[in-house]
Design a protein around this ligand. Structure first.
Ligand code: NAG
Ligand code: NAG
Length: 342
């Protein structure tokens, strides 16, 4: 009896020792793994004050509501293309410039093109007064969509996602949607002509100036800085530049669906790229890439501008003056031999 007990006791002792060794081994292994994992990241950030990775994401709980909405507008108008212009709440000058130029309904053929502005909530000084003005502006023009997140540069991705929600929920019968920045001069006629080409795709289609292999900025002083822990790869997947891109109407729902798997970063167009990659949809350059211009020549040229679809302007005043010049009578290009850039 006594011997058996003793044997049992020593066996337990061996097992205990074995257990302690195992535990110790796992502890060391774990420490090495954790060190290895974070060590690589820490190396790159030795002298940089640590930044909260969360600050590179946006809050998109999919619960934002529209404070201002035009829920019936697509039923009344049945547009071919819906152009949504994300714009800061206080930037009424930019909205008016677009309303009086390329966004003016009465100048666009048969209501085929619907132009709406998308705002978040005003912030900064006196948001109540700003909000009151926005309401009045909407009573006059009935072209504002406003969602209840705080409008800011860092929240632009939220704006894009809310735009996609609106398109999915309120205008699925249109063929295309475009996201256009408020400083863009758009040739709506040329845009619709481009989309009406018989070779044009009606699904899984996204076009604009496509950026391929755009390098992820690792310089913390840059506006576009993204740390490794937020996006580990050296380049973004291809995506169309945020200033102006056009999607077929099946894409808003598809992008929103797949976005549930991808935490939204604040760089709006790069985030669309991440969603497209997940959907295995490749953005396409427009038939004529030269018609989309980020950096126009310093000197305005009527002939050159007359052939463009989308071009950045410096100010609302410049947008208006170019548009007026482009719409005065007479041929845009002087010599008959002169062909616009192709
Ligand atoms: C739109 O164009 C029409 C006709 O040229 C003009 O009467 C109207 O004032 C314009 N609308 C705006 C908001 O400028
Ligand atoms: C973005 O919007 C959310 C929701 O309204 C808000 O809590 C957050 O402060 C905003 N972020 C910035 C940088 O404005």
């Amino acid at each position: 009896m006594g011997v058996a007990k003793q044997q049992k006791g020593s066996r337990r002792h061996v097992w205990l020792q074995y257990g302690v060794w195992c535990f110790g081994f796992l502890l060391v292994l774990g420490t090495i793994c954790i060190y290895h994992f974070f060590g690589i990241r820490l190396q790159g950030q030795k002298n940089i004050p640590s930044v909260d990775p969360e600050s590179f994401y946006v809050a998109y709980p999919r619960k934002y509501r529209f404070v201002l909405n035009q829920p019936e507008v697509c039923k009344h108008r049945d547009p071919y293309i819906v152009i949504i212009v994300p714009v800061a709440p206080r930037d009424v000058e930019a909205r008016n410039a677009i309303r009086s130029t390329w966004g003016n309904d009465s100048l666009v053929q048969d209501g085929d093109v619907l132009v709406l502005f998308l705002l978040g909530l005003p912030s900064g000084s006196d948001p109540e007064t700003q909000q009151l003005r926005i309401h009045q502006e909407n009573l006059r023009h009935r072209d504002l969509l406003q969602s209840d997140f705080v409008d800011s540069y860092r929240n632009l991705t939220i704006k894009t996602m809310v735009m996609l929600e609106w398109l999915r929920d309120h205008c699925p019968q249109a063929y295309y949607a475009a996201k256009v920045d408020a400083d863009m001069l758009i040739n709506v006629g040329a845009l619709t002509q481009m989309l009406l080409r018989p070779t044009q795709h009606h699904s899984n289609y996204i076009t604009g100036l496509v950026w391929y292999g755009n390098i992820v900025i690792r310089d913390p002083s840059s506006k576009f800085y993204i740390p490794h822990e937020v996006y580990p790869y050296p380049v973004y997947p291809p995506y169309p530049l945020g200033m102006c891109y056009i999607v077929s109407m099946d894409l808003p729902a598809k992008i929103l669906h797949v976005s549930r798997k991808i935490k939204p970063i604040f760089i709006e167009d790069a985030y669309i790229g991440l969603c497209l990659e997940q959907l295995r949809i490749t953005p396409t350059n427009p038939p004529n890439k030269a018609q989309f211009v980020v950096k126009p020549p310093l000197v305005y040229d009527r002939c050159y501008y007359s052939d463009l679809i989308a071009v950045i302007t410096d100010s609302p005043a410049q947008l208006i003056s170019f548009w007026i010049d482009l719409h005065k009578p007479g041929p845009a290009c002087k010599e008959a031999s002169h062909t616009p850039l192709d």
